[in-house]
Ligand binder design. Structure first.
Ligand code: GTP
Ligand code: MG
Length: 278
């Protein structure tokens, strides 16, 4: 498909038009997650640029430097009538404290357009889940998208694999991986590492930025192909019987189990006199 057709396909995609109807879902949430400074906000601006096909605009604020975390608020940006992009708060080190919060964001239990604070204990997770009852996010179909900069060597592969697996458990979909900074010399080794972790849907690209947003066919087509592929996965997923309420309960159970396990580990380390992992 050329870019005109891909754009049309993305813009016209509607859950209501899926073969068996919307199955109780009315919105697709592309949940962007990953380390701070890896290009989540830039990716949102790039997607808006290629789908709207108008002038380049900064919708999601971008960090001045890659090591100066910018996005603290979990902001949502509407891409089409059906698809919304969520700029989740990026983590700096992905320790246990941060991963818990990533999972709560991925599970869609934190309110949209509000500040995200890293929390630590079981009680915090419980409060997050209880407060989520106030939100009307039941009818969101979640699609996890990891944004990773190819400039950064993937050192802790075990931890990354664990995060991808947990993200799959929570959302029911193995995350799509978008590698930004594709001109980096590390690109091929990073791609290989993600492939070995079982990642099937992987795209490498250069984001458009405020400084460099001269349209190129290559960038436009890669971004559109990435979005098109994600939608095809959603269409495929909508062929199965779905139960939006049951799926949300399952997500809650996974998060509570995660927080419980983390709490037990903390207590054991305290007993041993080791400085507790958070
Ligand atoms: N060359 C190049 N620069 C990029 C690319 N993606 C992002 N950048 C730059 O990297 C920096 C960080 O990008 P952001 O989009 O703010 O990253 P983020 O993941 O939203 O960061 P936080 O909000 O802090 O979590 C900015 O200076 C961008 O201009 C890319 O694909 N290529
Ligand atoms: Mg950001």
């Amino acid at each position: 498909m050329d870019s005109v057709n891909m754009r049309g396909y993305i813009k016209n995609f509607s859950l209501d038009n899926c073969l068996y109807g919307n199955r109780g879902y009315n919105r697709v949430l592309l949940q962007l997650f990953g380390y701070a400074g890896h290009g989540k906000s830039c990716f949102i601006n790039s997607c808006k640029y290629v789908v709207d096909d108008g002038p380049y605009k900064v919708y999601a604020k971008v960090a001045e430097a890659e090591n100066a975390p910018k996005t603290m608020i979990r902001n949502a940006y509407k891409l089409t009538d059906t698809i919304t992009l969520v700029d989740n708060r990026g983590c700096v080190i992905m320790d246990k404290k941060e991963t818990g919060e990533i999972y709560a964001q991925l599970g869609n239990f934190l309110p949209l357009n509000c500040k995200v604070n890293w929390q630590t204990g079981f009680k915090d997770m419980m409060e997050t889940l209880l407060n989520s009852e106030r939100q009307d996010q039941l009818s969101d179909l979640i699609v996890p998208v990891l944004i990773y900069s190819a400039k950064c060597l993937l050192e802790n592969e075990i931890q990354m694999k664990e995060i991808l697996t947990e993200a799959k458990k929570i959302t029911g979909l193995f995350p799509t991986v978008v590698l930004t900074h594709e001109l980096s010399a590390h690109l091929s080794s990073i791609k290989e590492k993600f492939r070995q972790m079982g990642v099937k849907n992987m795209f490498s690209l250069e984001n458009y930025t405020e400084e460099d947003h001269m349209k190129t066919r290559g960038k436009h087509e890669t971004l559109l192909r990435c979005l098109q592929d994600i939608i095809k996965d959603v269409e495929f997923r909508m062929l199965e019987e779905r139960d939006a309420i049951g799926e949300r309960i399952d997500r809650k159970r996974i998060l509570l189990e995660f927080a419980h396990k983390r709490e037990l580990e903390k207590q054991q380390e305290k007993k041993k006199g080791v400085c507790p992992i958070l």
